[in-house]
Design a protein around this ligand. Structure first.
Ligand SMILES: [Zn+2]
Length: 146
């Protein structure tokens, strides 16, 4: 296990969630935060998993109430299952959780690197706009993006 600083992790998580709340509400990225069917999300997950050639079993994608975080229910990934909370049954949340499932369990540089890759590749997000917005919201970016 890498050494982690719990405070730094909590700050990174807050910054990342804040960035997500704002970025995916933009009109041209609404398709990413719009409610999608379980079938559509499963199809996307299978496509990502096959394309990335991740040598682990793909987690089961399910709808549920999620887990309580800072007073509200949010989606989670525990390795075997990705559970999408009622207000997060959308592509961006799935791509976020898949970036965890790919082996990055913390919101650290490795996670952000995979997440950026997935958003650009499968979410058709403009990379420059994405990185600039992440920077503006103090998301802790890997060195190559600084
Ligand atoms: Zn996360």
């Amino acid at each position: 296990m890498p050494r982690t600083n719990p405070h730094k992790q909590a700050v990174n998580t807050r910054m990342l969630y804040r960035f997500e709340d704002i970025f995916f509400e933009k009109k041209h990225y609404k398709y990413l935060s719009k409610k999608a069917s379980l079938k559509k999300l499963k199809t996307l997950a299978e496509h990502v998993w096959a394309t990335e050639q991740i040598h682990k079993e793909m987690p089961t994608i399910q709808f549920g109430k999620g887990v309580l975080f800072a007073g509200q229910y949010v989606s989670f990934c525990n390795g075997q299952v990705i559970e999408l909370a009622p207000h997060q049954r959308d592509m961006v949340t799935l791509l976020h959780e898949l970036a965890h499932a790919a082996g990055n369990y913390l919101h650290n540089h490795k996670f952000v690197d995979t997440y950026v890759k997935f958003l650009v590749k499968y979410g058709e997000v403009d990379k420059k706009e994405l990185l600039e917005t992440m920077k503006a919201h103090n998301v802790d970016l890997p060195k190559k993006y600084k």
